[in-house]
Design a protein around this ligand. Structure first.
Ligand code: F6R
Length: 632
């Protein structure tokens, strides 16, 4: 949440900063601002609302500055008003700071600074930082020469900050220095030819450079036109090797689609294909030696043998994918699995169990709660007997993320970066990650007969074409259907078994982007309370895929219909029973029940998308949300 950028080099800084912010706007869009240094002054421009408001302002001026910082905000402390927009400055207007994160002890620091005469003009936590740096700088300028008083002042200031944050700082008196620091929030430095960049995420850097240095927690970097020096909070210089980003520029362009979300929904067949190509061993056949696996995940052999329990930690849509994962791990691999919201686990972790694999699932790889929950798990297990040692597996599409750095094993879901704030293709890709993991474990632990594994693999291979069929066959019907719901105020989604999480996901998609109240329930729970909400104004969407609970879901749907609700069914094609039950059908190809979430979610994504689009809403940047939730 919040995106920060910085630039020092030979180009007009404002242009570079604005281009970077445009690629980070998915991280927050409540307000934006840039600050540059030239002719011994900091020049700061800020605007409330989306980035185009800031663009209108900066375009009205000629700014020759060649270094500066920028910010796009997701409000935490203080309303989304201009006076709370970053950059924030000290009273003298010499030090400017942008921050992504939360300074937890800002109240105490603010009081201390106020007692020394500092005056504050915003409601933010960030504003204490420039004041603190200015305070430290006045001392460091007297005493410190190495390597720079500004770096030294920032180092001292950062040591006093508590929380998770990344900052970029400029100072009018140091026109050749841009300083950044990182503590539990992402920050990447880009290395160009005689110019250097920094950003919260790589999309902001790639138009300029693909050579990057990733800052770790507790590190600071001083960027000058001559190069980048990195040190830790003790002031020790560190040597870090740059690496080259593997990057597909197509992922950050809309490619003719009206919104990124629609483009990403349409990317799903390709995502499924790539993921299967990456992990399926095409030479495997069901007559092979028992315990051989058709999946190449490269986990350690000891892990396969020893796991007795899995716990999955995640948030939001990734939590829904985790619920499907639990179903697969239990039903295919016979491993008892718990799924917890990462934000809950942090402060009430489940009791420590032996031989437990902990899985963190996150599309951004940067969700603060998920990272902190994994960290909690690692910390509390380290030093215990060998069967209690932490074993962490990450499932993400961002292989360069903080999650990827902290886990022992990684499943790259191959979805690439997702720009639309509502997760779509990354959900599907996380599901595939779980199918691969569960099948791998099932094969190696021999909990499923090879012939059944083979059957599931055959069905998996058909998925890309089946998703394509849904997209081709349903897009215009759903676009039309959406028209009926532009004024609807409440929706209920139901599903059972492996499709209960799909009902939750359908409801989340709809509420996130259309602002229509929507809830997902296990279909059998409807009669235990939620049915009281139903009448002709509340449509019910039921995910009813053939399998063990099919008839039950149809009966539950009929109970809703008897209360006058309009019934929409995600059902198999050409199913007379479904045809007789539902008012509206969103048919998907008939598929092995266990794989049905991968198809059933697609019409629900389209339904949410078209209802929101018909309501004229900003689908890619829904209000109050951000793509990467880097605060607690
Ligand atoms: C839903 C959505 C959020 C995220 C949640 C976790 O469309 O995008 O609910 O799923 O914030 O994010 P990640 O997966 O990045 O950990």
């Amino acid at each position: 949440m919040c995106g920060i950028v910085g630039y020092i080099g030979t180009q007009a800084a404002t242009e570079v900063l604005m281009a970077g912010l445009e690629r980070l706007e998915y991280r927050g869009y409540d307000s934006a601002g840039v600050a540059t240094v030239s002719e011994g002054k900091v020049h700061c421009v800020r605007a409330k609302g989306k980035l185009h408001n800031l663009r209108d302002r900066v375009e009205q001026e000629q700014n020759p500055a060649q270094m500066g910082i920028g910010h796009t905000r997701w409000a935490t402390h203080g309303k989304p008003e201009e006076h709370n927009a970053h950059p924030h400055m000290d009273l003298a207007g010499r030090v400017a700071v942008v921050q992504n994160g939360i300074i937890e002890n800002y109240r105490q620091l603010r009081e201390e600074l106020q007692s020394k005469g500092h005056k504050f003009v915003s409601d933010t936590d960030t504003e204490v930082i420039p004041h603190l740096i200015a305070e430290c700088l006045s001392v460091c300028e007297e005493t410190s020469l190495f390597p720079s008083p500004l770096l030294e002042a920032i180092r001292q200031a950062v040591k006093q900050l508590k929380g998770a944050f990344a900052i970029a700082v400029i100072c009018a008196d140091y026109p050749d220095e841009l300083i950044v620091a990182r503590e539990q929030a992402p920050l990447v430095i880009g290395l160009g030819q005689g110019e250097f960049f920094c950003a919260s995420d790589t999309p902001a850097l790639v138009p300029s450079t693909r050579t990057v240095l990733k800052l770790e927690n507790g590190e600071l970097a001083r960027m000058t036109p001559l190069g980048v020096e990195v040190c830790n909070q003790e002031g020790d210089r560190l040597r870090k090797a740059p690496r080259t980003l593997d990057w597909n520029p197509v992922l950050v362009e809309k490619q003719g689609f009206r919104h990124f979300m629609l483009k990403e929904i349409y990317e799903q067949p390709g995502v499924v294909r790539t993921c299967l190509e990456a992990y399926l061993n095409e030479d495997w056949h069901s007559q092979e030696a028992p315990s051989s696996s058709p999946i190449n995940l490269n986990l350690s052999p000891a892990l396969y043998e020893n796991i007795e329990q899995v716990q999955i930690l995640s948030c939001g849509t990734s939590w829904h994918a985790s619920l499907v994962g639990k179903h697969l791990l239990e039903q295919l691999a016979g491993i008892s699995t718990i799924v917890q919201y990462a934000s809950e686990f942090r402060y009430a972790p489940a009791p420590i169990t032996a031989n437990t694999l902990t899985i963190g699932v996150t599309q951004s790889g940067e969700t603060a709660d998920t990272l902190a929950a994994l960290e909690t798990e690692k910390r509390r297990r380290t030093g215990l007997a060998s069967q209690f040692q932490p074993q962490l597996l990450g499932i993400t599409n961002r292989v360069e993320s903080s999650l990827a750095q902290m886990v022992d094993y990684l499943i790259d879901t191959h979805a690439g970066i997702e720009i639309g704030v509502a997760a779509t293709k990354t959900f599907t890709a996380q599901l595939l990650g779980f199918y691969c993991l569960a099948l791998d474990l099932a094969a190696r632990r021999q909990t499923l007969p090879p012939a059944q594994i083979s059957e599931i693999l055959d069905s998996l291979r058909q998925l890309p074409a089946q998703v394509e069929l849904i997209l081709e066959g349903q897009q215009s019907y759903i676009e039309e259907l959406a028209q009926d719901f532009t004024e609807t105020q409440d929706f209920i989604f139901v599903g059972r078994g492996i499709n209960f999480p799909v009902a939750l996901e359908g409801a989340l998609k709809l509420k996130e982007i259309s602002y229509i109240h929507a809830e997902g329930y296990p279909a059998g729970e409807l009669k235990h309370g939620p049915i009281a909400l139903l009448d002709a104004k509340v449509p019910v969407v039921a995910v009813a895929m053939p399998g063990i609970v099919y008839e039950k879901v149809l009966s539950n749907a009929q109970e809703a219909q008897a209360r006058d609700s309009r019934l929409i069914g995600v059902t198999p094609v050409n199913d007379p029973e479904a045809g007789a039950t539902f008012d509206d059908l969103l048919p998907v190809p008939a598929v092995y029940e266990l794989l049905s979430p991968l198809l059933a979610v697609v019409p629900l994504q389209l339904l949410a998308y078209y209802i929101a689009a018909r309501r004229g809403l900003d689908v890619d940047q829904p209000r109050n949300l951000a793509k990467s939730v880097t605060v607690e």
